[in-house]
Design a protein around this ligand. Structure first.
Ligand code: AMP
Length: 427
């Protein structure tokens, strides 16, 4: 049997409605914040990610799905969306002087990681990017947008962690101090951290290894290296979150190692999903677009949420997004003529936007009734010889068992009012 490739998953009909529910909530919240969708190709020139994410990161170093196409060009399945969005902004000149661009995206990303619960090789992200503003108001908008999605999904078991990396000057000062502090302790660090000391020292702060953590206990702190501009920026982000009642936890070990990151870094963390505890995160990347060839420096900030992890957390919290689609009406015909009448009537009902389902296997009345039950139909229409003669049909309300006769001419109108009367009251 041929199976899915490890680290990838089928999204089956029994679960796709939850995916649609999450995606719809995300799109709805995007609308509230005035963001528009952008769709870029699933693969890009490898160079885009090598430059846009950074050669020293795990993503570029170890995790990219890169291959040569038939023409010999190196292409890569996108591992994230900030670089493709930045490319599109530059290519189509989407930002002019003093304008901003607010976009969201949703779709699959690809990273060759070790698969485990909450970590896949093809996974899905919903995310947003706000480009063209270097103002902390933009940071607060982006964080509030991500937070609002989690709340709109009714999730509560998470925390927002916040940090600042400061401006370039502050970060350089910190990098110097960190390297000066760690160099004498080099031999006590893990091999990965020793390598990072040369390539990307800030990322050592991210290390989960006990031996690194022990040494880092006395390391200089980024907050001590912040200049006045950086501190003022951070204070304003915090104030803007506070006035929106968005709770956050300051976390100094939240870092992004690359040069083009600055100021705000944040992550939505949960303790309900084991080691894959990040639901999503983001940050400010003021240097990225220049690095990718933009003529003017275009600042930006964005976030990405992992859809699989949102769904896992919804499961943990015993909540659901969206609603499983059930038929409004299941039509049962008792003989061939009646079945044809069911087909005619189903077409009429569908054009009135009902979900109408018919038997497609010529099964017995009992089997059809069983299927109507299994599918959770709200109403069942039964047409037999008697109904054909009187130009009516029998309508059974499944929730109550009540059965009534409705004249054909009244059907769509009458069914709508029966359905309304039998709808669960929204909570
Ligand atoms: P990142 O771009 O690494 O900051 O990822 C943003 C979010 O995407 C993470 O917080 C996760 O929720 C999700 N994510 C990243 N990598 C994976 C993966 N391999 N499998 C599932 N979700 C992922």
């Amino acid at each position: 049997m041929i199976r899915v490739v490890p680290g990838t998953k089928d999204i089956l009909p029994s679960e796709s409605w939850q995916w649609q529910g999450v995606e719809q909530v995300c799109a709805k919240v995007a609308r509230r914040y005035g963001f528009h969708e952008i769709r870029t190709p699933i693969f890009e020139e490898t160079e885009l990610f090598a430059r846009g994410i950074g050669e020293t990161t795990d993503i570029v170093g170890k995790e990219m799905y890169t291959f040569s196409d038939k023409g010999g060009d190196s292409v890569t399945l996108r591992p994230e969306m900030t670089a493709p969005v930045a490319r599109a902004v530059i290519q189509h000149s989407l930002i002019e002087e003093s304008t901003t661009l607010k976009v969201w995206y949703s779709g699959p990303m690809f990273r060759y990681e070790r698969p485990q619960k909450g970590r896949y090789r093809q996974f899905h992200q919903f995310g947003a990017e706000l480009l063209g503003s270097a103002n902390p108001v933009a940071d607060a908008e982006i964080i509030a947008f991500g937070y609002s999605i989690l709340r709109a999904l009714d999730l509560t078991q998470f925390e927002l962690h916040l940090n600042t990396l400061g401006n370039t000057a502050s970060r350089e000062k910190f990098r110097h101090e960190l390297v000066a502090f760690l160099t004498p302790h080099k031999d006590g660090l893990t091999q990965t951290s020793q390598n990072r000391l040369l390539t990307n020292p800030l990322r050592i702060l991210d290390s989960k290894a006990e031996q690194d953590k022990e040494i880092l206990k006395n390391a200089p702190r980024l907050s001590d290296c912040l200049d006045d501009e950086s501190t003022a920026f951070y204070e304003q982000v915090k104030e803007l979150l506070t006035i929106q009642n968005i709770p956050f936890i300051e976390n100094q070990s939240l870092v992004r190692g690359l040069d083009y990151y600055s100021h705000t870094a944040f992550e939505f963390i949960t303790d309900k999903l084991g080691s894959q505890n990040a639901l999503g995160g983001g940050g400010r990347y003021d240097g990225l677009l220049s690095m990718l060839g933009a003529k003017n420096a275009i600042p930006g900030i964005g976030f990405g949420l992992g859809i699989e992890r949102l769904l896992l957390l919804l499961g943990e919290e015993a909540k659901a997004a969206g609603e499983e689609q059930k038929p409004d009406i299941y039509l049962i015909g008792l003989d061939k003529v009646c079945r044809n009448e069911c087909i005619r009537l189903a077409a009429e009902l569908r054009s009135e936007d009902f979900c109408a389902v018919i038997d497609v296997q010529n099964r017995s009345f009992k089997a059809q009734m069983r299927e109507a039950n299994k599918l959770g139909a709200t109403l069942v229409i039964i047409i037999g010889e008697g109904e054909m003669q009187t130009q009516t049909c029998s309508v059974k309300v499944m929730a109550t068992g009540e059965q009534i006769s409705v004249a054909n001419i009244d059907i769509p109108h009458k069914l709508r009012s029966i359905m309304l009367a039998n709808m669960p009251i929204p909570q």
